[in-house]
Design a protein around this ligand. Structure first.
Ligand code: SF4
Length: 429
């Protein structure tokens, strides 16, 4: 890769500053504009969860928030240098994502302090600011209005199921009715962009029950859905229950049928699938058809930054960041994390160097999850080499197998490729 010139672009986006030349193309460079913030507190651990989150540690929240603000200030004091970026990635707004854990366990003033500290890293104006929310902990309209007035403009609620016995098995702290009430309260508080997460392939779940769930939630008028197939993680109570035979989960065929049911259901209800697990509502049929090379209005821009393999910073216990040529994650334990920051150290647990080959493989594996696939121009800008020079042979093989197709300068999965995504992803490793 040869970066020949760097010019200051007057009037360009404040965060797009340099325009080096690459293969004869002008490629913008960008300073950091995506930030993940981890809030590792939950009221109770769910039976299937292996995220870095802790129950019964509410007494640490204030000390954690102070440490988190300090870490954000440390990151702001040493910003990474501007990096080449594709036009697709450059078109994304700044994004901040509060994940967990349960970010809505923070008091409003704590949220505000974290946002103020984050502002030194990522501009809040025009930013997509998302927060995950457990419907069992959302504290009513006043809390939600407060969150909205702080600038949080996207809420992602983990509903997971509308079947109360299943919610109890999962260890969720809310019922289906409470999830619905939280959703309505979020709407009333002014959230115009709400995602709901659901899991399929749950213990005892049958296709008819899943279809009833899809019918019910579509009627709520939700902007965005993320659907995940249950993954049994070894460290979880649910894994032990299933492997000991005390609980049954649907087999792969039944789970595949649930996914296919969701595909048909959301398409008929006016939702555009833009990633393997994500759908966003698109009002006009025409715009959905044209939307093949753009993202729907309610698509999550923060996650798109991940799928475009963009760089992003991360802060908080166990948070993972990616700033090529390295990725890192922070210390997992809450007390250890707080101690490290209070001693003036960056609370990084481990840093992994990344090679250009890693960058190319990740750009393909992440990008192929998107319905629009990977653009040749995007790949060249991000990875510094033409797509065909690196993966031409692999792509030709996959095209011959009917798993991927080339459309208008892009490579994307075919419908058959979606069923065998892992075979495709493995070819880019
Ligand atoms: S609420 Fe979410 S993060 Fe917390 S334990 Fe449950 S699944 Fe895990």
């Amino acid at each position: 890769m040869e970066l020949v010139v760097g010019l200051i672009e007057p009037g360009a986006d404040e965060h797009i500053r340099l325009r080096p030349v690459l293969f004869g193309f002008v490629v913008p460079c960008v300073t950091m504009k995506h930030l993940y913030i981890h809030i590792p507190f939950c009221h109770r651990r769910c039976a299937y969860c292996d995220f870095n989150t802790y129950a019964n540690m509410e007494d640490r929240i204030e000390a954690y928030v102070q440490a988190l603000c300090s870490e954000l200030r440390m990151l702001a004091a040493e910003p990474p240098p501007p990096a080449p970026i594709s036009p697709e990635a450059a078109a994304l707004p700044p994004t901040i994502f509060f994940g967990g854990g349960t970010p809505t366990m923070l008091a409003l003033d704590q949220f505000e302090r974290v946002l103020n500290a984050a502002h030194a890293l990522v501009p809040l104006e025009g930013a997509e600011i998302s927060s995950e929310a457990n419907p069992g902990t959302v504290l009513g309209r006043d809390y939600l209005r407060g969150l909205r007035s702080l600038g949080v403009n996207r809420l992602s609620m983990g509903v997971q199921s509308l079947h109360d016995p299943t919610l109890r098995i999962l260890g969720r702290i809310h019922t289906a009715d409470e999830a619905y009430r939280s959703y309505v309260e979020a709407r009333e508080a002014g959230f115009a962009n709400i995602n709901l997460d659901f899991i399929f392939g749950l213990p005892g779940q049958e296709l008819a029950q899943w279809e009833a769930t899809l019918n019910a939630v579509t009627a709520w008028g939700v902007d965005h859905f993320a659907l995940y197939s249950l993954i049994l993680e070894e460290s979880t109570p649910l894994y032990a229950q299933v492997t000991s035979g005390r609980m049954q989960v649907p087999d792969d065929e039944a789970t595949g049928a649930m996914y296919e049911a969701a595909l048909g259901h959301f398409a008929a209800a006016g939702y555009m699938q833009y990633e393997i697990s994500n759908w966003a509502y698109e009002q006009a049929e025409g715009s959905r058809q044209q939307a093949e090379v753009r993202f729907p209005q309610f698509a999550c821009r923060h996650n798109i930054a991940y799928w475009l393999n963009s760089d992003y910073l991360a802060a908080g216990a166990g948070a993972h960041g990616h700033v090529f040529p390295r990725r890192y994650y922070d210390i997992l334990g809450i007390d250890e994390y707080i101690r490290a920051v209070n001693e003036g150290r960056r609370p990084v647990a481990e840093t992994t160097p990344l090679t250009p080959a890693d960058l190319a493989a990740e750009t393909m594996m992440m990008g192929m999850r998107l319905n629009i696939g990977v653009g040749e121009a995007h790949f060249a800008a991000r990875c510094g080499r033409p797509l065909d020079e690196v993966y031409g042979e692999a792509i030709s093989e996959l095209v011959d197998q009917g798993l991927v197709e080339r459309v208008a300068g892009r490579v994307r999965l075919t419908p058959r490729g979606r069923m065998f995504g892992n075979r495709v992803f493995a070819r880019f490793l």
